[in-house]
Design a protein around this ligand. Structure first.
Ligand SMILES: [Zn+2]
Length: 352
């Protein structure tokens, strides 16, 4: 039926190492939960974001129903912030929860902050349980298992500290920021180690907040800590994909210099061709079909055209530029997978 020469995991890992592949991997490196998949598989948010069984059913649906060649849990970004003592709200079927109360409210809280214990805190134990269950399900087809961990600056600014406080500390007490950033590195490494022990092979190292800062600041407050964290996570045996989000045109060339990363998950707001020219062959690139204008609002034909453009422009992994929107029609998800198969042998690394 197929002329595949590699398993999905072999293909994805080879692409991350920029080694030859039989065709482009069609991997769900960003979140894959959609309402259409929830309706089709019977596991819906918010429960499928809270309990292991639902996480497994919904993650598996992206593979079984949509054809994505991987599984990924969980479906929101607040695992670490919640486990650290933050409070989430707006738990719904149609959106991910949001942060209501951040764990760190004052300078004293920075001193008191300790990385959460993955075996005990928040939903971390449920995520680990889901991964252990997915390991069994993924054996037969040899699918990669992916889970997100926040890079330090993004953990602090999106999940641990209120933006107003953070802005003030960055202006008036930079030492306090650096103290917290060291703890944020440790938080990510401890959590990543537990994810890897449970059976994850690829860490999606989420630099989602990078687009909010200028290059000079980014080189001071984000990049060094991401380098330290990614290096340690890679030393634990993980493949590391660094996620860029929103408008990072001013940073993308320097992101390739983050130590320890295999790949950049390229935001849809940055052109793939331009990114490949800027980055050269320093790292693999993944993406970057527009999750909103193309996948939620566009037609299957538009999805197909964009996948073709990205592959011709030098992407190494066929996937969206950010998480699938919950309202992505199933036919568009399937169109992305179909286009990955159709044009996959045109990929930069497809030589087998
Ligand atoms: Zn994103």
């Amino acid at each position: 039926m197929t002329d595949d020469k590699m398993t999905p995991k072999e293909r994805f890992h080879a692409a991350l190492k920029q080694e030859p592949v039989d065709r482009i991997p069609i991997t769900g490196i960003t979140q894959t939960g959609t309402v259409d998949l929830m309706d089709a598989c019977g596991a819906a948010w918010p429960e499928a974001n809270q309990k292991a069984e639902g996480m497994v059913t919904l993650a598996w649906a992206a593979h079984e129903i949509a054809g994505i060649e991987s599984v990924r849990v969980p479906f929101d970004v607040y695992i670490e912030g919640e486990a650290a003592g933050g409070e989430l709200y707006k738990w719904k079927k149609t959106n991910q929860p949001m942060m209501k109360k951040y764990a760190i409210q004052s300078k004293e809280d920075v001193d008191k902050y300790e990385p959460p214990d993955p075996k005990r805190d928040g939903r971390m134990p449920e995520v680990l349980k889901a991964i252990e269950m997915l390991v069994e399900k993924c054996k037969k087809e040899d699918l990669p298992i992916i889970s997100p961990v926040f890079a330090p600056f993004s953990l602090i600014s999106l999940s641990l500290v209120d933006m107003m406080n953070l802005m003030m500390w960055l202006k008036t007490d930079i030492d306090l920021y650096h103290k917290l950033a060291k703890k944020a590195v440790e938080t990510g490494v401890i959590y990543a180690e537990a994810l890897l022990d449970a059976g994850v092979d690829t860490i999606f190292y989420n630099g989602g907040a990078d687009g909010t800062v200028k290059l000079d600041d980014w080189l001071n407050i984000s990049q060094p800590y991401s380098s330290e964290g990614a290096t340690k996570i890679r030393e634990l045996g993980a493949y590391v994909v660094y996620h860029s989000c929103a408008d990072v045109k001013h940073l993308i060339a320097d992101m390739a210099d983050i130590k320890g990363i295999h790949c950049i998950s390229v935001s849809q707001e940055v052109d793939m061709k331009e990114t490949r020219e800027l980055v050269g062959e320093k790292v693999a690139l993944a993406g970057n079909v527009d999750p909103t204008y193309t996948l939620v609002k566009g037609t299957p034909e538009k999805v197909r055209e964009e996948v073709k453009y990205d592959i011709e422009s030098g992407t190494d992994v066929c996937c969206p530029g950010c998480g699938y929107g919950p309202n992505t029609p199933l036919e568009n998800m399937k169109a992305l997978v179909a286009a990955g198969h159709e044009f996959g042998k045109m990929a930069r690394l497809a030589k087998l």
